[in-house]
Design a protein around this ligand. Structure first.
Ligand SMILES: C[S@@+](CC[C@H](N)C(=O)[O-])C[C@H]1O[C@@H](n2cnc3c(N)ncnc32)[C@H](O)[C@@H]1O
Length: 376
């Protein structure tokens, strides 16, 4: 891979940046600058690749290849023309440009994207006599423009497609939790390998699957083949193969039971298919039953994302469910801890247990809380 250190930007979903920082710290990136939805740091290309393999919270890793003062379209074109694209792009390859623009002169970031694409293609023609194909598809090299105020930064997107779409979810019938949000909840719980997990009302199984992946130390970035960085010119495919093989060896299977349950047969079937694709099915016990029929093993870590009752009148109807959930944890648990994610402060109170932590998360546009209940 191309030698040297780069400025790296590691984006994440809203409300996840503290958990991303925590994770990056664990991965050895101690010098960081966090913003609202990303963390900036420095690293080599193999280090960027290691984040792609190991991060459960990052959306991607962006490698900065250009930064320049930019007060208008002309400077954008000139700045992008100075980037040595011929070092990164195959002139017979494919490139897509995506922009995040906050500038008074640019109403539509498509215009800025077009300028970037023109500038890079003109430079490629000038240096190589050929130009890559281009379009919106993220299957080739992916270029990201961040232009805010008087500065533009140009990045190569190492993953290309969101790392948080792990590739194990085939079924879009429900509105399941984002994989990165589920992973952040598991991180917030401090789940240790060997701790049993019980996830009733599991829906498509995201929480249980992320718990299984984290507890077994499985690298999430290997679930899906084909990251955009593999298309960079000079990308060291042999080193990447070795990195992936080493990461694969590190992950095992968790030894503790993982129980998922739901009353909806279709949900349970998609949880089964998803767990199988994620490679964790053999550890998972799937049960079609009411949540309070699900057995609680000793010292279990319970994860629940119950319905929140977002539509008018629904909240009131869910009061008995939340009360029963509290009773089930109170009466059934022999040690361990429970985590309930809800966007309804009213329903949170109905659980009837005193939370030891109320951890803020954001789901879509909704501020919600992950409530932690110590269980005795
Ligand atoms: C908000 S969804 C969970 C989504 C899940 N976290 C995911 O990522 O796919 C709530 C789930 O609770 C289940 N559910 C509702 N009431 C239940 C009950 N009394 N017992 C068991 N499951 C129930 C529903 O079938 C639904 O799948």
């Amino acid at each position: 891979m191309i030698d040297g250190e780069f400025s790296l930007r590691v984006p994440c979903g809203r409300g996840l940046v503290n958990w991303l920082e925590d994770e990056l710290d664990e991965l050895g990136f101690t010098e960081r600058l966090p913003a609202r939805t990303w963390v900036d740091l420095h690293g080599t290309l193999p280090e960027a690749a290691s984040i792609v393999i190991w991060s459960r919270l990052a959306t991607t890793v962006l490698v900065e290849i250009g930064r320049f003062p930019c007060t208008g379209p002309r400077e954008l074109y000139e700045g992008v023309s100075c980037i040595p694209w011929e070092q990164w792009l195959d002139p017979d390859g494919y490139v897509s440009v995506h922009g995040h623009v906050r500038h008074p002169m640019i109403r539509n970031s498509m215009y800025a994207n077009q300028l970037v694409k023109d500038a890079l293609c003109d430079r490629m023609v000038d240096r190589t006599g050929r130009r890559p194909d281009s379009g919106p598809d993220r299957s080739g090299v992916v270029v990201d423009l961040y232009w805010a105020g008087d500065e533009a930064r140009v990045y190569l997107d190492a993953a290309g497609r969101k790392l948080t779409d792990r590739g194990y979810r085939r079924d879009g019938a429900y509105a399941p939790l984002r994989e990165s949000l589920a992973a952040a909840m598991v991180r917030a719980s401090g789940l240790q390998a060997g701790e049993p997990v019980v996830a009733p009302m599991c829906g498509a199984g995201t929480l249980g699957i992320e718990a299984a992946l984290a507890a077994s130390g499985r690298p999430p970035g290997l679930l899906r083949p084909g990251h955009a960085m593999e298309q960079w010119l000079g990308f060291d495919h042999e080193a990447w193969k070795r990195m992936r093989a080493a990461a694969r060896k590190q992950g095992g299977q968790t030894t503790a039971p993982i129980i998922l349950s739901d009353t909806d047969a279709y949900a349970l079937e998609s949880a089964r298919a998803n767990a199988q694709t994620a490679g964790v099915l053999e550890r998972i016990d799937l049960r079609l039953e009411e949540f309070d029929a699900t057995p609680l093993c000793q010292d279990a870590v319970i994860f629940v994302n119950p319905p929140w009752g977002l539509r008018l009148g629904e909240e009131e109807a869910l009061v008995p469910l939340y009360r029963a959930l509290g009773d089930w944890m109170k009466q059934g648990a022999t040690g361990g801890r429970g985590y309930v994610l809800t966007g309804s402060p009213r329903l949170a109170k109905e659980v009837g247990l005193r939370p030891s932590r109320r951890i803020p998360f954001v789901v879509g546009e909704i501020e919600c809380r992950l409530l932690e209940f110590p269980l005795h």
